[in-house]
Design a protein. Sequence first.
Length: 95
Amino acid sequence: MPCAPLPLPLPDCVRLAASPPHANLPAGPHPSPPAQPKKEIGAGLARPAHTIFSALPEPVAAASIAQLHKGATTDDLSIPVAVKVLRPNVIGEFA
């Protein structure tokens, strides 16, 4: 069965019809304030973000449920990592 690509950006009526339970999620892929990802990492891993990552710059991608940062570990190897940070309260929106 052939698939036709959807026009982007999707019209509002298609977006709302496709996911009505998630209507409270942020409307656009705007990054969170700079301190928010570090706060979420600290809460999720039960230790401050600066003890895990030596670098956590501005996000390289942002979406309605999460954003992605390039990071580096604090250990001797300073391994480059990708850090996905869920937006606050997003798990409750999908529960």
